[in-house]
Design a protein around this ligand. Structure first.
Ligand SMILES: *Cc1c(COP(=O)(O)O)cnc(C)c1O
Length: 362
């Protein structure tokens, strides 16, 4: 498989080669059914087993805490930005948002359309190049929840620790770092993630929530926008994105094979260290964008002395088989997304390329 690209795409992103090959092997005939998993009824026993397996594998990776349920939804994390306040930000309540970057800001924008909100902490003054301090938040009594973005995919920051919000449910958009490390799910009322960064292909959004938060959606909400609809119907109220969910199940199997979340964390730490060390050891030729204590292990953002040099970097890297190193159009610079499925060998190749590029242009 020497023709696989060095894939640093931000999302959709690299998938484990083993998963792609397994899916390929059963693509046309799933377990002797004479059909692809894509071609069968979502009401049949074969599909339902896969569906339920994916949900239970997910909870299992978090140690099966009691009272949590998994939902498989559509519309991406962006739909959750609205669906969350539609369901939980009810009359007389307010919702707190940690404004840590581009995605947190988008989540807040949607909540403002639905109800009353407040900014509990913000690092906007620092242009989101660091994370706001969330260690001593004061939350009003009528707070419906506190929302934070565990990993800011565009800026390249990542929370190491999460605030204690007492009886107020803590809710996290974990789209770009879910399953990158162990964490205590019971700290959270709900976490959600679009699958296409760390969980599988695009098309499915995973929600893991405490059951009581999924139980009573406001009466006026249309059926498909209600958490209770999907919770009561095991995410099978309507046709689910069955192929994406099948792929998520395969990625979860792969994570188990990597030593589960502890094993994955070790690998991610090692990968991120390799790249950040190369940046820091370059004598200022490469400059990390964010404060070192806020650095993400998933999205590594860095710059060169000029935009011209950055453009040249992207161009030359593409010639060498590297994909996706251009920073997000809203912030510029360079970004290497090194999610779970990006092998260390890709990062070693990038570090070697960076050394060579510096030699040629430094
Ligand atoms: C990619 C991303 C989103 C948007 O996800 P969609 O599935 O495209 O809606 C939201 N939040 C974060 C942190 C992301 O990385």
């Amino acid at each position: 498989m020497s023709n696989r690209a060095y894939n640093f795409n931000a999302g959709p992103a690299a998938l484990p080669l083993e998963v792609l090959e397994r899916a390929q092997a059963e693509f046309v005939d799933f377990h002797g059914t004479g059909m692809s998993i894509m071609e069968m009824s979502h009401r049949g026993a074969v599909y339902e087993a896969v569906h339920n397996e994916a949900a239970s594998r997910l909870l299992n990776l978090f140690g099966n805490p009691s009272g949590y349920q998994v939902l498989f939804l559509q519309g991406g994390a962006s739909t959750q930005f609205a669906m969350l306040p539609m369901n939980l930000l009810t009359e007389g309540k307010t919702a707190g948002y940690v404004k840590s970057g581009s995605w947190a800001t988008k989540a807040l924008k949607e909540a403002k359309l639905i109800g009353e909100t407040f900014v509990a902490a913000s690092s906007e003054e620092d242009k989101y190049m660091s994370l706001p301090d969330v260690s001593n938040l004061r939350l009003p009594e009528n707070a419906a929840y506190l929302h934070l973005t565990s990993n800011e995919t565009i800026e390249g920051t990542q929370f190491r620790e999460f605030p204690d919000t007492g009886s107020v449910p803590l809710i996290a958009d974990m789209s770009s770092d879910i399953l990158c490390r162990p964490f205590d799910l019971t700290q959270f009322g709900m976490v959600y993630a679009g699958a296409q960064k760390n969980l599988g292909p695009s098309g499915v959004t995973v929600v893991i929530a405490r059951e009581e938060l999924l139980r009573e959606s406001p009466k006026h909400l249309p059926t498909m926008f209600r958490y209770d609809t999907h919770a009561e119907n095991n995410s099978l109220y309507n046709t689910p994105p069955s192929f994406s969910i099948y792929m998520v199940n395969e990625v979860l199997k792969w994570i188990e094979e990597q030593g589960a979340l502890e094993g994955i964390e070790k690998k991610n730490q090692d990968k991120a260290n390799l790249l950040y060390q190369a940046i820091d050891a370059s004598g200022g030729f490469y400059r990390g964008c964010v404060h070192p204590e806020s650095r993400s292990t998933m999205n590594v953002t860095f710059r060169l002395a000029s935009e011209e040099l950055e453009k040249l970097f992207v161009k030359e890297s593409e010639k060498e088989g590297f994909v996706g190193l251009k920073g997000h159009r809203s912030v510029g610079g360079l970004r290497a997304s090194i999610y779970n499925a990006v092998p260390k060998s890709s990062i070693q190749a990038l570090v070697d390329f960076m050394g060579q590029f510096q030699k040629n242009h430094g």
